[in-house]
Design a protein around this ligand. Sequence first.
Ligand code: FES
Length: 120
Amino acid sequence: MSGTRKHFVTTVDELDESEHVIVDIEEREIAVFNLEGEYYGLLNYCVHQSGPACEGRLTGEVVEDEDGELSYERDGEFVCCPWHGWEFDIKSGHNLARPDEYRVPTYEIVEEGGDLYVTL
Ligand code: FES
């Protein structure tokens, strides 16, 4: 039988801004991040060499404008895999350096009455 199942993750009160929690659901480790009150789910699996991508520190990205000026943007919206430093966009799962080639699976997180759920 196929279909989707909704799983409780945690409560809004337990997940502060810029924090995340990693939960085991159906034999997958899924990290749920709170980025300024929006919730994002990301598989805790690095597509480089299977490291725990979501256990690393949060980072931003360096952007160069048309005049060659560098700026640091989207601070805290990327997670850096602790094994070799690959960075992934928490919102989309795309690898920062090579977004068209590498991506970590993402999951929609739904809030209902102060509880957070992921549907698989
Ligand atoms: S396993 Fe994640 S960067 Fe290598």
